[in-house]
Ligand binder design. Structure first.
Ligand code: FAD
Length: 318
């Protein structure tokens, strides 16, 4: 079932969904089931599975010690989506990125997903690789999420890359795109970022899923600006708990989000990460309650190795 159909079926009740990363190369799917099993109590209608262009592995050196190395692409997203559907009878939303993929590889992945009965994709550009100063597209790939979106929309209309193929076969993907309540870091301002977001929606995106934020006011203002710009699709807030002191500097640097002073001061007073986790959990519970009262269609949680924290948050709000 499509994300938008789940939202429609919920008839105004706020749903809860989760996001996971594929396990590292060589690990088993059981690591993911162990992570998700407790969260399935909340009956998420779907689970998002991210895609990553690089992962950290360990290379053995001559002296027997190990070097940390980055290897290209982290496989598993498509297979995990199929496995989650079989194992939990839940819908899966694979993330598709432009970076590192030719259009042909993307088309093949979309056809695989279609054969697997997966009805949803979240289309994204992806970030620059660590050694690149800015995002470099694959020579035969897409530069922006809008371009990738168009390829999915074309396939939904039965238009393949080889434009002489007309076999009547169409896909039927529900398409999500990313939105940034605090603007995407490359955009000169929020207004211009919103113009591109509107392009994605006008181009066929069915809903928006947001970057994490820690101040609900930022989400409310973003939602208002979207509506004023004529963006009328569902907007799903993405939420993450703050769980370590280090994240006070890491999250703003990596995700380009502001941390509210009140939250930062509380975290700075903590004597251990266990205390930070408690503060972060309480903060996310309050955020979730307020967003739910506001009537958001879905609360989408980035579980990122913290299923217990997410369990505590969701338990407190359902
Ligand atoms: P775009 O929509 O292409 O926007 C990128 C920048 O270009 C923005 O500044 C925008 O204003 C500008 N822009 C957009 N269209 C145009 C245009 N036509 N012309 C000129 N400028 C334009 N990354 C991963 O690698 N894997 C994941 O699984 C993943 N999941 C994510 C999930 C969510 C919910 C979010 C919010 C982000 C996720 N990301 C993921 C990160 C994402 O890939 C990065 O934030 C990336 O830098 C931008 O992706 P985008 O799809 O928003 O890009």
């Amino acid at each position: 079932m499509k994300v938008t159909e789940h939202i429609q079926k919920a008839a105004g009740n706020t749903l809860v969904s989760f996001e996971v990363l594929p396990p590292l190369k060589g690990k088993t799917i059981q690591t993911l089931y162990d992570h998700l099993d407790p969260l399935m109590e909340f009956q998420p209608p779907w689970i998002n599975v991210t895609y990553h262009r690089a992962e950290t592995m360990f290379k053995k050196k001559a002296d027997g010690s190990f070097d940390k190395v980055e290897v290209r692409k982290r496989p598993g997203t498509v297979g995990i989506c199929a496995a989650l559907r079989n194992h939990y009878n839940v819908d899966a939303v694979p993330h598709l990125i432009c970076g590192g993929f030719s259009k042909q590889e993307t088309e093949n992945a979309l056809i695989d997903l279609h054969f697997l009965g997966i009805d949803n994709v979240l289309v994204l550009r992806g970030d620059a690789e660590k050694n690149e100063p800015s995002f470099v597209p694959h020579p035969d790939g897409h530069r922006h999420a809008t371009d990738l979106l168009k390829q999915v929309v074309d396939l939904n209309h039965g238009l393949y890359l080889e434009d002489d193929i007309q076999n009547g076969g169409k896909t039927n993907f529900c398409i999500g795109v990313a939105g940034y309540p605090e603007k995407h870091f490359e955009a000169p301002n929020l207004e211009i970022d919103l113009q591109y977001l509107k392009e994605k929606v006008d181009g066929g995106a069915d809903y928006i899923m947001t970057q994490m934020f820690f101040d609900n006011q930022k989400f409310f203002e973003f939602e208002k600006a979207c509506r004023a710009a004529g963006i009328n699709v569902p907007i799903i807030p993405g939420l993450k708990p703050l769980t370590t002191k280090k994240q006070l500097t890491v999250l703003p640097r990596i995700f380009h989000v502001d941390l509210p002073t009140e939250l930062s001061l509380e975290v700075m007073k903590c004597k251990s990460d266990a205390e930070v986790e408690q503060v972060g959990t309480e903060w996310l519970i309050q955020q979730s309650k307020e967003l739910k009262a506001h009537g958001v269609p879905v609360l989408h949680y980035y579980t990122l190795g913290k299923p217990k924290v997410i369990w505590n948050v969701v338990k407190a709000i359902v």
